[in-house]
Design a protein. Structure first.
Length: 231
């Protein structure tokens, strides 16, 4: 692939074709999940990055043998749906109660000196409410509809898939944007000098939650949803 072709490729397609690219985008602060419809050139320009350096790193990775276990693009839609539930939905459900508690706790204890923590707690409450409903609709409506469509040609089912994906893409934008805001106002989860152990634990969990959400949304926005719409 020449330089021009790489520059004009969509971020979501780059990561879908080689998941190892996600780590490069993460280090560069490039949103490849909700921002997956942007080209590499557009994303680098927005971030003020040297596109040639980013493209060179991507090409170097692609020259190395990839792990077949990360080739999500080749997975069947029913298997990918189950993987998302068992891996990402379960992680979100396990982690959100702790983060609701910890974000509220540090806002209460440290909020006077660090008023941004109150906004963090409020944003995470909104994320929790959004994702709880979002995951339920995926598990109860969208994923069963996809599995039904795989077994037969039903216009009603395909219409349901299209309607759900249109709505859920907007929900991804909200959750991803809220986590981006938390990252921004915490200085990329930088714990201040007066931060206690709970402060440290909270920011570590938030960073892990954001990393998981990026992969979660990528698998849906850039792989599952397009393939489901093409059924």
């Amino acid at each position: 692939m020449n330089a021009n072709e790489m520059n004009n490729k969509l971020l979501g397609d780059i990561v879908a074709n080689d998941f190892r690219s996600a780590e490069i985008f993460k280090e560069a602060g490039i949103d490849f999940c909700c921002g997956g419809k942007k080209t590499l050139a557009e994303a680098c320009k927005e971030k003020g990055l040297n596109i040639n350096e980013v493209a060179d790193r991507l090409k170097k990775i692609q020259e190395e043998p990839a792990s077949p276990g990360q080739n999500f693009k080749e997975w069947s839609l029913d298997f990918l749906s189950d993987y998302i539930v068992n891996t990402h939905h379960n992680y979100v459900r396990r982690t959100m109660p702790d983060l609701l508690f910890y974000t509220a706790k540090i806002a209460s204890v440290h909020g006077e000196n660090h008023p941004e923590l109150k906004e963090v707690a409020d944003l995470f409450m909104q994320i929790e409410a959004e994702l709880t409903q979002h995951m339920k609709m995926e598990e109860d409506v969208l994923f069963p509809a996809i599995k039904t469509a795989l077994r037969g040609n039903s216009s009603d089912v395909k219409e349901r898939i299209h309607s759900e994906i249109t709505r859920m893409s907007g929900e991804h934008e909200f959750a991803g944007g809220a986590m981006d805001k938390i990252n921004e106002i915490t200085g990329n989860y930088k714990v201040p000098a007066d931060g206690c152990n709970t402060y440290n634990v909270t920011f570590k969990l938030l960073r892990q939650f954001e990393d998981d959400l990026h992969v979660h949304v990528h698998l849906e926005n850039n792989i599952l949803f397009p393939k489901a719409l093409a059924l």
